[in-house]
Write a protein that binds this ligand. Structure first.
Ligand code: AMP
Length: 474
């Protein structure tokens, strides 16, 4: 099957082929013709399936077909909402690449950077705006953007947006859109919340689901290295050196842990940088581009910071610490083995994490192979330590299910007790507010709007509740 056979124009097919893609992925094969009909779409697709091109290509084609010159001042014709800055930047980069032979304009918009350049750009009108919800609302409040002419709305990684507490922002954005428009909702999972949002948003949608829920890609080789918590860092350095890994994405649970590990690896002679919500946007962008270009071997990231990172054929993902929520394992390792490429995901698991590992294996319905590295045999006399969660101790996991283990602890493999989860030192009223894309950006918010940055990764319920610490230490 070819892209042309899906009904895409020669200009778009040419741009796609120049990116090196000749065969549509399953989500593209289904989504492209569906979106071209103009109907609403509910698509179940994880990152890594090629979903971005799945909505970008037909969106470009539809907008191009009806374009009558540049949009008016502040006007937007297609709006793509994403949960994170990184994903917004990547989606807009795809829009530009695939639309290079068309006359359509695009813009990316997120918080954490100055408003003024965005305001200036908006004045010219934008065919395709890719934005995080918080900054978009800021611009709307200041009268910089006119959403009344939006023809197509895309909610990308809608489940992540809900997880991150954006539902109210999304509802506020929806209220600004014209009634008649095409809606596309992409989500990796279909929780009751997503179904409720889909019911409210979509009109008789076509349904597409490509990846089984919580299934991990077959192209990813997964392995567990049991290891004592104090030896994790040495084992990681050994694996990187012995196997000559040049591009490794390493996950830690906390920002403090990410910083510390990046520093330790650098001291071991392995170039490493950490990215997380406390880093400035420019530091994050720089680290990501060094990592993508191959000059940086190791990028250490927290779950939230890594969301939406798209690196073609990323060969290695390492779970330095297992995530507290099993679903995050699937998201983490989805960074490798993308679109059919081979990838490897390894997890360093210490005695404290056995329950987390069991939960993950239950979720993905398979037992992961274990491998002991000589010299790193597990010492059976080491007793498990509970994983404490910031100040409040263990608390419910996503969806209010089983109790989750928390984040801070005093061992090497995991961060010490002292650092608190992001936002844990904020007051209740501060914690009520917004969203990761505005972290570090309070001064830019108008006083009436200023609700203070929400801890990255806070769930909706937590973010609104003044006396709870964020669930995760991100
Ligand atoms: P996504 O799921 O949109 O994040 O895309 C995952 C990765 O697959 C990205 O690196 C894309 O550039 C790549 N990709 C998208 N479409 C194709 C295709 N038809 N063939 C091969 N790779 C693709």
């Amino acid at each position: 099957m070819s892209f042309a056979s899906l009904g895409l124009s020669a200009e778009i097919v040419r741009a796609v082929e120049e990116r090196g893609y000749t065969t549509p992925t399953p989500i593209q094969a289904q989504a492209i013709p569906a979106v071209l009909t103009g109907k609403d779409l509910l698509a179940g697709a994880q990152t890594g399936t090629g979903k971005t091109a799945g909505f970008t290509l037909p969106l470009l084609q539809r907008l191009n077909a009806t374009r009558k010159g540049p949009p008016g001042r502040g006007q937007v014709r297609a709006l793509v909402l994403t949960p994170t800055r990184e994903l917004a930047a990547q989606v807009e980069e795809s829009v530009r690449a695939y639309g290079r032979y068309l006359k359509l304009s695009s813009m990316v918009m997120f918080g954490g950077v100055g408003m003024q350049p965005q305001t200036d750009r908006l004045r010219q009108g934008v065919d395709i705006l890719v934005a995080t919800p918080g900054r978009l609302l800021d611009h709307h409040q200041q009268g910089n953007v006119d959403l009344s002419k939006v023809e197509i709305l895309v909610l990308d990684e809608a489940d992540r947006m809900l997880d991150m507490g954006f539902i109210h922002d999304i509802k506020r954005v929806l209220a600004l859109l014209p009634a008649k428009r095409q809606n596309l909702l992409f989500s990796a999972t279909f929780s009751d919340e997503i179904k409720a949002l889909a019911d409210r948003l979509l009109d008789n949608p076509q349904l597409i689901e490509v990846a089984r829920r919580n299934a991990t890609a077959d192209t990813i080789a997964q392995k567990i290295y049991p290891v004592d918590r104090e030896k994790k860092r040495h084992l990681l350095a050994k694996l990187i050196k012995d196997n000559d890994w040049h591009q490794v994405l390493v996950f830690t649970r906390t920002k403090h842990g990410a910083n510390r590990l990046a520093e330790q690896l650098s001291n071991d002679g392995i170039p490493a940088l950490a990215i997380h919500g406390n880093k400035s946007q420019s530091a994050r962008t720089r680290a990501l581009s060094e990592f993508k270009s191959g000059s940086l071997a190791v990028l250490v990231a927290t779950d939230i910071a890594a969301r939406g990172i798209d690196i073609a054929e990323l060969p290695h993902v390492v779970n330095y610490e297992l995530p507290n929520v099993p679903e995050d394992y699937v998201h983490r390792i989805g960074r490798t083995g993308r679109a059919g490429a081979e990838g490897e995901a390894i997890s360093l698991v210490c005695v404290d994490e056995h329950k987390l590992l069991r939960d993950i294996e239950r979720l993905i319905k398979r037992e992961l192979p274990r491998e002991i590295v000589p010299g790193f045999e597990v010492d059976p006399s080491i007793k498990p330590e509970p994983i404490q969660n910031g100040r409040n101790g263990p608390r419910g996991s996503r969806g209010g299910g089983r109790p989750t283990q928390g984040t801070a602890r005093s061992s090497e493999g995991c961060p010490p007790r002292a650092p608190r989860a992001e936002g844990a030192n904020r007051t209740g009223s501060e914690r009520r507010g917004p969203r990761p894309d505005n972290v570090g950006n309070r001064a830019e918010r108008p006083a009436g709007e200023r609700r203070g940055p929400r801890p990255e990764g806070a769930r909706a319920g937590q973010a609104r509740s003044g006396n709870r610490a964020p669930r995760r230490g991100d």
